[in-house]
Design a protein around this ligand. Structure first.
Ligand SMILES: [Zn+2]
Length: 110
């Protein structure tokens, strides 16, 4: 959950992990978090509902691990099963370069 600044309403002062409740501000002082978003449309059970959850690094990768495990359970007897467990880039879109501004999260393509 994003916590807005009391003095500057448009500014995000902190991000609190929606899973563990801890601030997502890292040791270097930068906010480090993952975002899970959904906007459900016509034909879905949650039509018209929009969600946005924020996860600290630890909880984000716990969720990635849980997703990999769920996926693996569905296919572990098939050839694809082993590749899912060995995939260290599950869900990874790209890595940003060291020269990127570390104070901002990289753009995530839609
Ligand atoms: Zn957390």
């Amino acid at each position: 959950m994003k916590v807005k600044s009391e003095n500057e309403p448009g500014v995000v002062a902190d991000v609190v992990c929606d899973m563990c409740g801890v601030s997502a501000r890292g040791q270097a002082g930068h906010l480090q978090y993952g975002t899970m978003r959904a906007a459900w449309g016509e034909g879905s059970a949650h039509d018209g509902e929009v969600y946005e959850l924020h996860l600290c690094e630890s909880c984000f990768f716990a969720q990635v691990s849980a997703m990999k495990r769920e996926r693996w359970l569905g296919v572990f007897l098939e050839e694809e099963g082993d590749s899912i467990l060995r995939n260290d880039t599950y869900g990874l879109v790209r890595k940003f370069e060291a020269s990127d501004d570390a104070s901002e999260q990289p753009d995530i393509p839609d």
